[in-house]
Design a protein around this ligand. Structure first.
Ligand code: NAD
Length: 490
């Protein structure tokens, strides 16, 4: 029985933004949004259905001709304004993100800045959609190549980076001259609402961007796939859902880009500084409580420096304080839900049952009020082998599994032995080795002595089952443009 607006506690937020209007769902259903650190109810938002999505797609389709005809300079102006407003509101947005998603307030502030970076990067990039002229073999012929907006974009985003995953799609789409219907993650609609308010206030015309919130994403994905007005799908999320949507889009020969799961290797060679590498590993592993697609999932450490590496890693990880991200001194927030907690315990128990050793952590945290949220102790496992689930399954949580290796070829083969291919990391002081290994790793991104090889200016994306297409950088706008050849007989 769907719950309606009348029998819900306040506040009920009309969270569908369609054709420039904030609306409730056609069915008037709503769903709750809760704080993963405390279980507290934050708000009720509109539970959109296929009818709402159809209205949003129709609005985006109607707005497309006028928006795509605006000059790149006019479209850029709106994005510059959105960038300015997002930075102006960054404290408020960061606090909301901490409450809704759980990450510590400092990390939330960094994400808002990263999100705003996409707005300004693509404001600038809008003006660099260059075409080409090509010489013909015929004396009386000329070729011209144009890039034109693909049309209406259906976008689906995850909860782990609830603001930046939106701007990473919406900014290039708008810059290219496309219109958008975005379905936000059901765990983090409040952040999405704030982003769309900023876009609205920045002068994005009605219908150009549309937001749908829903507790039931599958019918929305199906509508994006089958609705002929949607020209392109862009998705960030799990590999399983990405494949489902890619199959659907392929059936209708629609363009798609997919940013999916990862299983990053983090390789520490014997010529690296083990303490420096361990500090980097500890920092990137707990980033967003391990709920990042670029999170290291296999830490390969050379046998000769294993003890020195483990000592620093365990020291660092053990002293991290978990709690509400709004509390001073907290460096690790909650997991998103109880399923994630169960996955952590299952992966730890499976590994320990097969011979791994828990160096620190390994269990749910329930002291000092943490039992109200989904907290798992930051964990280091040693003695990890390829027989364990954690060696192949994406963990998406704060568990660092350490594996010993002996030589370069062996570790490259082990690192590449995964269906995923998103981020990878290499620690070495040997320049030749850094080149060799970076070239041989079958991943879309390699950090060499660098735990954060990401930026709005750099192409982000994966190979193999980590996805297709790139976000950010010049490549990011190409995902929203079609290539058209015009041949002239003169
Ligand atoms: P998910 O695939 O369950 O959800 C992601 C989004 O897809 C949400 O908006 C959800 O509502 C929607 N969704 C779920 N089922 C759907 C369906 N049948 N049809 C249409 N939409 C559907 O993933 P998640 O667990 O929420 O997010 C974590 C995953 O996202 C991880 O695998 C992570 O690695 C990946 N991720 C990848 C990147 C990247 O850039 N490569 C970035 C962030 C997260």
């Amino acid at each position: 029985m769907p719950q309606t607006i009348e029998n819900k506690p306040e506040p009920v937020i009309p969270s569908l933004y369609i054709d420039g209007q904030w609306r409730h769902a056609v069915t008037e259903s709503t769903f709750p949004v809760t704080n993963p650190a405390t279980g507290e109810l934050l708000a009720e938002v509109s539970d959109g259905s296929v009818d709402d999505v159809r209205a949003a797609v129709a609005a985006a389709d109607a707005a497309l001709p006028a928006w795509s005809k605006r000059t790149a300079y006019e479209r850029a102006e709106v994005l510059f304004e959105a960038h300015r407003r997002m930075l102006e509101r960054s404290e408020q947005l960061a606090k909301l993100m901490t409450e809704e998603q759980g990450k510590p307030i400092r990390a939330a502030g960094i994400e808002v800045k990263y999100a705003a970076d996409f707005l300004i990067w693509f404001a600038e990039e809008a003006k660099r959609v260059y075409g080409q002229t090509i010489p013909s073999a015929r004396a009386d012929q000329r070729f011209m190549v144009l890039h034109q907006p693909v049309g209406v974009v259906g976008a689906i985003t995850p909860w782990n980076y609830p603001v930046s995953m939106i701007t990473r799609k919406v900014a290039p789409a708008l810059a290219a001259g496309c219109t958008v219907v975005l379905k936000a993650a059901e765990q983090t609609p409040l952040c999405a609402i704030e982003v769309f308010r900023i876009l609205e206030e920045s002068g994005v015309p009605p219908g150009v961007v549309n937001l749908v919130t829903t507790s039931d994403p599958a019918p929305v994905g199906a509508e994006f796939v089958s609705n002929p007005a949607v020209a392109k799908l862009t998705f960030t999320g799990s590999t399983s859902v990405g494949k489902l949507l890619a199959r659907g889009a392929g059936g209708h020969m629609k363009r798609f880009s997919m940013e999916l799961g990862g299983h990053a290797p983090f390789i520490v060679f014997d010529d690296a500084d083990p303490g420096h590498a361990a500090k980097g590993a500890a920092m990137v592993k707990v980033l967003n409580t391990g709920q990042a697609c670029i999170s290291p999932n296999r830490l390969y450490v050379h046998r000769s420096i294993k003890d020195a590496f483990l000592k620093v890693l365990v020291e660092r990880v053990a002293k991290m304080r978990a709690g509400s991200g709004l509390t001073e001194g907290v460096s690790i927030g909650p997991l998103i839900d109880s399923d994630a907690l169960e996955r952590m315990q299952r992966q730890v128990d499976d590994a320990v049952g097969k011979g791994a050793v828990v160096e620190t952590g390994g269990n749910r945290l329930i002291d000092e009020g943490l039992e109200r949220g989904f907290f798992f102790a930051p964990t280091v496992l040693s003695g990890v082998t390829d027989a364990m689930d954690i060696y192949r399954e994406e963990t998406f949580g704060p568990i660092a599994p350490v594996i010993i290796f002996d030589d370069e070829d062996e570790v490259i083969a082990m690192a590449n032995d995964t269906k995923y291919g998103l981020a990878s990391y290499v620690y070495t002081q040997n320049l030749a080795r850094a080149w060799r290994v970076a070239e041989q790793l079958r991943f879309g991104m390699v950090g060499v002595n660098d735990i954060n090889p990401t930026s709005a200016a750099a192409p982000f994306g994966g190979v193999k089952q980590s996805g297709q297409g790139r976000e950010g950088a010049h490549e990011g706008i190409l995902e929203y443009l079609d290539t058209k050849l015009v041949g002239f007989s003169i």
